[in-house]
Design a protein. Structure first.
Lengths: 362, 276
């Protein structure tokens, strides 16, 4: 699909990471703001406990730092240049909480002082670049670096991969935010009111240049700076390393991250509505006849069994809501809740009272 | 000085940094002129601009958005913002890219054809409308944001954010960040200049990358070190957990009048834009 709009690539990668006002509907901006709010509150609470008033200059200086390095031109092999966001680096050195607050502040200043990135879209921009980027790159860095010594080659490598994956994920979220606009917000005559490209254009247009250029820069810079700090400023790299301090600074709990990821997936469930056709192997008998008219005889067994169980949320829709998307999200929440309760009950039954001990370890 | 293509990474970064510093000076200059928006209370401006931005983004009518854009020109004119600069800053900067990005929309959006360029390639009515919506919305939003930025000194703007329920601690951090951005920009500028003055010929991209990484690493160390020193300085001067600001704002008659007029305009734009 991208082949037909080759010129979109570099532009998306250079300019669209800071979403300007006008690309997202006010409703999307509001939802993104509500999504990023708990991350801010939690980061501020965790850090305030540890750092109290020390927090203010730390965040201010790191926000200024991320702002400044966003201006650096970084050359790539092949002659292109681009800018790094620095989110992965901040997360690796000081933990994702500090990164979230510092990059959010830098983004707010860019919007308010330089008119770079929208004012209403500030929630979306912060979610993509100050939450998705640092948390995901930090998780990957931890995964690769593990408990290796400070001078291990695994650290710069983990930083490189973390930066690359993190920015790609941030770009993916941006693309999804763009891509759902024409599906959800149209004028009466079908004119898209905001970002006009559907998901099947927005995702490749954002992802291809990011995978090939922008995220490569983020990864290279993060990896190279970590390698430099290994040689020149080891204490800085060790700030976030002592296992206990690391857990505190980061407040990083893999299980919690999974819950967050789950919440994001729930919000994204209406995307399934956009796919044409039905899920393979999940046909109802009428659909089966439509798909293959030659299939004269619907298997009798299927017909008989179908009426046996009427799902309370048939087709994932909550009829009282009158909105398929909301119904989808609500169905997902109820489904996840039921699954979680079931798993919890099973665990409790099987392991007796040991679940408490397990939670402590997590 | 150089052929644009031959300018290296260092030169381009240097140029970018100087441009940012220059921009700031120019902005402060406009914010001091006696004009309509400069004379209003910053809180009124912040609330009005947010309301107008919401109106721009809620509108389903192109005419309403266009009207709101024309109003920014009026505001700019009354606030002694040079019109040429204002229009260029908005339309050459961001929406220029947006303009290229929306080009394919003209052709690929299904709808009644308006103008056929080649067989099978025609501009559709729906496509044209979609492109105009995006362009006008982005341009108008950026215009309002820039008007606010150009006519309000940073310190005042920050203080005014408290009407949007931004916590005091965040406002203090924003203020400090802004101050240290300039210090770090200055430091980076000096590092780049020092490097540039010692280089003969061209470094390979790999060398340049290594050097940029080292620069970032040094800046990172400096930032951390500086944050410690700033903290100690704050403690030494009697830091309390709650910040205080000098000279409280006071709303005058003129602020009330313009504030309600701008809000009424935003409200009218929302109502007309949603029903038209």
């Amino acid at each position: 699909m991208l082949a037909s709009y080759p010129h979109l690539g570099p532009l998306f990668s250079q300019t669209q990471m800071h979403i300007p006002d006008g690309y997202l509907s006010p409703l999307t901006s509001l939802v993104m703001f509500l999504l990023v709010l708990p991350f801010w509150v939690r980061a501020a609470r965790v850090l305030r406990q540890r750092l109290s008033t020390r927090l203010v200059p730390l965040i201010a200086l790191f926000a200024a730092f991320s702002f400044v390095i966003m201006m650096f031109n970084v050359p790539l092999p092949g002659g292109t240049t681009g800018h790094a966001v620095g989110g992965a680096l901040a997360a690796i050195i000081l933990g994702p909480e500090v990164a979230t607050l510092a990059i959010s502040i830098a983004l707010v200043i860019q919007a308010l002082f330089f008119g770079d990135g929208g004012i209403l879209a500030v929630g979306a921009n912060c979610f993509n670049m100050a939450v998705v980027l640092p948390y995901s790159s930090y998780a990957i860095y931890q995964l690769i670096a593990g408990r290796s010594p400070v001078d291990s080659a695994r650290r710069p490598f983990g930083a490189l991969v973390g930066g690359w994956v993190g920015l790609n994920l941030a770009a993916f979220f941006t693309a999804v935010e763009f891509g759902i606009q024409p599906l959800l917000f149209k004028a009466a005559d079908g004119t898209p009111l905001y970002a006009p490209y559907p998901l099947e254009v927005a995702i490749p247009a954002m992802m291809i240049p990011h995978i090939l250029v922008a995220s490569v820069i983020e990864g290279l810079v993060t990896g190279a700076v970590v390698a430099y700090l290994q040689r020149a400023n080891r204490p800085l790299l060790e700030l976030n390393l002592q296992p206990e301090a690391a857990a505190q600074v980061a407040g990083f709990r893999p299980v919690r991250l999974l819950w967050v990821a789950l919440a994001v997936l729930i919000v994204l469930t209406p995307l399934g509505l956009l796919a044409p056709g039905t899920a393979w192997g999940e046909w109802a008998s009428e659909e089966l006849a439509q798909i293959d008219p030659s299939l004269r005889a619907i298997p009798e067994g299927l017909k008989q069994l179908e009426g046996l169980w009427g799902a309370p949320l048939a087709d994932y829709d909550v009829p009282a809501l009158g909105n398929a998307n909301l119904g989808y999200v609500l169905s997902a929440v109820i489904g996840v809740f039921l699954t979680a309760v079931t798993v919890w009950l099973f665990t409790a039954l099987l392991t007796g009272r040991r679940t408490g001990a397990m939670r402590k370890r997590v | 000085m150089f052929n644009r293509k031959r300018r290296g990474v260092i030169e381009r970064t240097l140029a970018g940094i100087s441009e940012a510093l220059e921009n700031t000076l120019f902005t402060e200059d406009i914010a001091r002129r006696p004009g309509l928006l400069q004379g209003l209370d910053a809180r009124v401006k912040v609330v009005a601009v947010v309301a107008l931005l919401v109106a721009v983004s809620l509108s389903h009518s192109l005419a309403v958005i266009a009207g709101l854009y024309l109003f920014t020109l009026f505001l700019a004119w009354r606030s002694q913002v040079p019109l040429g600069f204002f229009v260029r800053r908005v339309w050459l900067f961001l929406p220029f890219f947006t303009g290229i990005v929306v080009l394919p929309v003209l052709f690929i959006t299904p709808g009644p054809p308006l103008l056929t360029l080649l067989p099978g390639l025609s501009v559709t009515r729906t496509g044209l409308q979609a492109a105009l919506f995006l362009l006008l919305r982005v341009g108008t939003s950026v215009s309002y944001a820039i008007l606010l930025i150009l006519t309000t000194p940073w310190a005042t703007l920050l203080k005014a954010l408290s009407v949007l329920r931004v916590p005091d601690a965040v406002i203090v951090v924003l203020g400090m960040t802004h101050r240290y951005i300039f210090l770090l920009l200055h430091t980076a500028n000096e590092m780049f200049l020092a490097r540039q003055s010692r280089v003969v010929g061209r470094a390979s991209p790999a060398d340049q990358r290594r050097w940029i990484a080292a620069t970032i690493g040094v800046l990172l160390g400096k930032s951390f070190h500086l944050s410690n020193e700033v903290y100690l300085a704050m403690l030494a001067r009697g830091l309390r957990s709650t910040p205080r600001t000098l000279e409280p704002f006071r709303l005058r008659q003129r602020d009330w009048a313009w504030g309600s007029a701008l809000l009424a305009l935003a409200l009218a734009a929302i109502v007309i834009g949603r029903t038209a």
